[in-house]
Design a protein around this ligand. Structure first.
Ligand code: HEC
Length: 379
């Protein structure tokens, strides 16, 4: 009954609103009360074809531009799937890839058959965006996930961080786990993916996959010669913050490279607010598999000079005359441009790849508990 009455009402509504709505065209991001009324109305109509009414479409598009990320925003896209929104929806999802809204946006894109820009971004040179796109694809592409991410995981041109993200996303699906396992058993999985692969496969809910993987992969050993527990298990544990601070400054050697609130050396990033940036799982990955998580602006470079000196470190400065790298002891070395034979970006982090060797599992858990307290508002 209601449907019939609104259908009759709607054309009159549009008719009366038409001039007002089009004069609003100058102010695209301002939603008027009339827009809201139109939107409430079209959402109530079943089978309403948005393309059949220019004013309704204009009101919806204004709303979508102004209210990005709101429940109504997603409801309108889901309902009318306007093709014009795909690009800005992709940008929204990429900017919010770790949040429900970002994933919801990606799901809508794939539902609209507009996942293409996320797929393209996953192979782009912007590592941060590429990683975000990979995560979104993993959440939203459904059965297509494997065919999209498997080639990317094996693409030598992509960074370890992006390939690891692809592996992690694949590892959440059984079909993905099977493909990873195939590469592992054939000896075709890149070494720098083995930590991520061990975590994905050894903890598989499929006992056959876990058992086969165990013949080929193991998690690295800790200081007490025990293999590390899988990430999925580590993130369940809770540690002691005070003991963790002690580990940071002693056994873990973290303060040799990281500053916290003014103390420590500055080779790697200042960790004073790291707990606001990283989740518990990301913290473990940053410590245990640093190359998979190279943070922006801290990429490692290496130089080979004409007389055979090799220097590896973070790029501190580069001028026409010289390049300065800071090595893992925090010492800056400046090399004249004319002395340089090879200057290239390294794929691996300057942070040691095997810090778990210095720590027992308990120490590691305490350390992570401590780093998670390093937050913006103080602890
Ligand atoms: C030899 C120097 C070195 C040591 C020792 C070291 N790190 Fe790092 N760390 C780095 C560098 C360089 C980076 C930045 C590049 C990267 O992310 O791999 C980094 C990055 C990180 C990050 C990610 C930061 C971000 O902003 O995403 C965390 C977390 C971290 N280290 C924690 C630790 C902890 C905890 C320890 C001690 C167990 C430690 N590091 C020991 C050099 C070091």
């Amino acid at each position: 009954m209601r449907l019939v009455s609104t259908t009759v009402f709607l054309p009159c509504l549009f008719f009366t609103l038409l001039p007002a709505a089009s004069s609003q065209g100058q102010e695209p991001d301002e939603i008027t009360p009339k827009d809201k009324l139109i939107i409430e109305t079209v959402l109530r109509l079943q089978n309403f074809d948005l393309e059949s009414s220019a004013p309704a479409k204009a009101a919806v598009m204004r709303y979508l531009r102004a209210e990005q990320g709101s429940d109504r925003y997603f409801e309108l896209i889901q309902r009318f799937q306007p093709a014009e929104i795909a690009e800005s929806l992709a940008q929204y999802s990429l900017a919010n890839s770790s949040e429900t809204g970002g994933v919801r946006g990606a799901e809508l894109l794939f539902a609209m058959n507009k996942g293409g820009s996320l797929i393209a971004t996953a192979s782009s040179d912007n590592e941060t965006k590429a990683q975000a796109a990979v995560q979104l694809i993993g959440h939203a592409a459904g059965e297509q996930t494997v065919s999209i991410l498997l080639p990317l995981m094996q693409n030598d041109g992509a960074t370890v961080a992006v390939r690891s993200a692809a592996l992690k996303a694949l590892g959440k699906r059984l079909a993905g786990q099977q493909q990873i396992l195939k590469l592992v058993t054939a000896g075709d999985l890149a070494d720098d993916l083995k930590f991520a692969a061990a975590n994905a496969l050894l903890g598989s809910t499929n006992s056959e996959i876990a058992a086969t993987a165990a013949k080929y992969l193991e998690l690295p050993a800790t200081a007490d010669s025990q293999p590390l527990p899988a990430l999925s298990e580590l993130v369940q544990r809770r540690g002691d913050v005070k003991a963790g601070l002690e580990v940071f400054q002693t056994a873990g050697t973290c303060n040799k490279c990281h500053k916290v609130r003014g103390k420590g050396k500055e080779v790697g990033p200042d960790l004073s607010e790291i707990g606001s940036k990283l989740s518990r799982e990301a913290m473990y990955v940053s410590i245990l598999d640093p190359s998979a998580a190279v943070s922006h602006n801290f990429e490692t470079y290496s130089i080979l000079t004409l007389d055979g000196l090799a220097v590896t470190g973070l790029l501190i400065s580069e001028t026409d005359e010289s390049v300065t790298l800071r090595n893992s002891e925090g010492i800056d070395k400046t090399i004249e441009q004319e002395e340089i034979e090879i200057f290239k970006k390294q794929k691996t982090s300057l942070m040691p790849q095997d810090l778990q060797k210095l720590l027992t599992v308990d120490q590691l858990v305490n350390l992570v508990e401590y780093t998670l307290t390093l937050r913006k508002t103080g602890n």
